[in-house]
Design a protein around this ligand. Structure first.
Ligand SMILES: NC(=O)c1ccc[n+]([C@@H]2O[C@H](COP(=O)([O-])OP(=O)(O)OC[C@H]3O[C@@H](n4cnc5c(N)ncnc54)[C@H](OP(=O)(O)O)[C@@H]3O)[C@@H](O)[C@H]2O)c1
Length: 235
């Protein structure tokens, strides 16, 4: 059985945890996942401990613990897919946002995601087949989509990561690595509840996780440098 080696950031809850759960069903998968909340990471590990996949879920902050994460990456024979899923969120009127707010959002959603891609490239390059970086972005950062008050910093950070996806696809066009971005619409998670407290999303984390894994496993090979809107609702 040919192994698939996955790295996912933000695995402690929401969409990231659901992706880990989906990946855990397949014995071919080796999954490295992390998040800051040690308890939630431990709970997920316990819940999935009898799954056929090999899971290494650990506590780490993508901003502060990059060396720890890089050590885990280096121990793999290669990487098949990096899913850049971890994200910070802010809902605040534009005029009230501080430089610190913008710095913190971009530190996680852009700078740390960029650093994680840099730390993963050599291992992705060793994949005997096509490897992929999948950046999870948002309809809020998708050009021409409906925008919402209070989400300027968050949406801008997601637009930035989407743009980086396109740039890297061009820069690595002769490599075995594809770079794509899934611009998600509303999915019922804690982040969505912060953004739209009274709104009920038509999609739950399990449903979107199935799509993300299927995209990465199969359809991802057909795309490179693409930002795909994955949404059935507004928001
Ligand atoms: N839900 C939606 O409607 C929606 C729509 C569009 C796009 N998205 C995108 O989908 C992705 C997942 O969002 P979600 O809805 O599942 O949100 P969520 O429930 O808030 O989960 C976010 C995840 O990111 C992790 N994270 C945040 N900062 C981190 C850091 N510094 N280091 C490591 N992990 C960190 C969190 O874990 P810890 O707190 O334990 O660190 C958590 O596991 C995000 O990229 C988000 O922008 C979501």
């Amino acid at each position: 059985m040919e192994k698939q080696y996955w790295l996912i950031s933000g695995a402690s809850q929401g969409i990231g945890a659901a992706v880990v759960e989906e990946l855990s069903k397949n014995a071919a998968n080796v999954v490295i996942g992390f998040g800051r909340n040690a308890q939630k990471i431990q709970d997920l590990s316990m819940r999935l401990k009898n799954s056929p996949a090999q899971l290494d879920l650990f506590q780490a902050d993508i901003v502060q613990d990059l060396d720890k994460i890089a050590e885990k990456i280096a121990k793999l024979p290669y990487l098949s897919v990096l899913i850049n899923n971890a994200a910070a969120f802010l809902h605040k009127p534009f005029l009230e946002t501080s430089p610190k707010d913008w710095q913190e959002l971009f530190a996680t959603n852009v700078f740390a995601s960029v650093a994680l891609i840099q730390k993963s490239l050599a291992q992705l390059g060793k994949n005997p087949k096509k490897a992929q970086v999948l950046n999870i972005t948002s309809m809020g950062g998708f050009q021409g989509s409906v925008k919402f008050a209070g989400l300027s910093a968050y949406s801008a950070s997601k637009a930035c990561l989407a743009n980086i996806t396109e740039c890297l696809a061009a820069e690595y066009s002769t490599s075995n690595i594809a770079f794509n971005s899934l611009a998600l619409g509303a999915v019922q998670t804690e982040m969505l509840s912060q953004a739209f407290p009274d709104y009920k999303a038509p999609i739950n984390p399990t449903e979107i996780a199935e799509f993300i894994v299927q995209f990465a496993e199969k359809n991802g090979q057909l795309f490179n440098g693409k930002i795909l809107p994955v949404s059935s609702s507004t928001p």
